[in-house]
Design a protein around this ligand. Structure first.
Ligand code: FMN
Length: 178
């Protein structure tokens, strides 16, 4: 999803840093799919506070973990107390995405949990809304594009919504910074 977002944001004219948060579980024993993720993301750098400060817009994504943001992402958020207290995270344009196993597995809750976090930073939230037909096709979550691993056509539907969300974030950010 992040790679689709990067592609669309660059097409819309943004300079993009694609980052991941640090993994702290020995995940490969529990789920072979995680090894695939680790392999495919091995060249993606781990996000630093500086990346947050540098960016005008941020697009976060987290898989659902028992209805909540993954601990790896929460750990990253919780490490931002210093820059937050100095006002360095204020006024960022922020959008969020998620994925889960089930159609109602917590996708909306996770996107909203991310928004709750960044409201405390003073972010300007940019939800996907029902601003494109792709939103309906990906399951109709207006908070952010969200994948459902068990749904047929998952990847095709989702790609268009992710790309729309990223493009919309770039366009709204650009207009506001003019
Ligand atoms: C600890 C844990 C908790 C999870 N909780 C949920 C859940 O509450 N609802 C759901 O639909 N999927 C849940 N999942 C499945 C993930 O959300 C799903 O695998 C995700 O879409 C893909 O991310 P992943 O590749 O990191 O697992 C959970 C997975 C793990 C490992």
């Amino acid at each position: 999803m992040a790679k689709w977002a990067k592609e669309a944001a660059e097409e819309a004219g943004a300079e993009v840093r694609l980052k991941k948060v640090e993994e702290y579980l020995d995940t490969t024993d529990a789920n072979p799919g995680w090894q695939k993720y680790l392999d495919e993301s091995k060249d993606v750098e781990v996000a630093e506070t500086d990346d947050l400060i540098w960016a005008d817009a941020l697009l976060f994504s987290s898989p659902v973990r028992f209805g909540n943001v993954a601990g790896q992402m929460k750990k990253f958020f919780d490490a931002q107390g210093g820059p937050w207290s100095e006002g360095k995270l204020a006024n960022k344009f922020v959008s969020a995405m998620s994925s889960a196993q089930n159609p109602n597995g917590g996708q909306e809750a996770v996107v909203k949990a991310i928004y709750t976090n960044v409201m405390h930073w003073g972010s300007i939230i940019v939800p996907i809304g029902y601003t494109d037909d792709s939103v309906y096709a990906q399951g109709g979550n207006p908070y952010g594009a969200s994948g459902t691993a068990t749904r047929e056509g998952f990847a095709n539907d989702l790609e268009a919504a992710v790309k729309h969300q990223a493009k919309r974030l770039v366009e709204i950010t650009s207009k506001s910074l003019d």
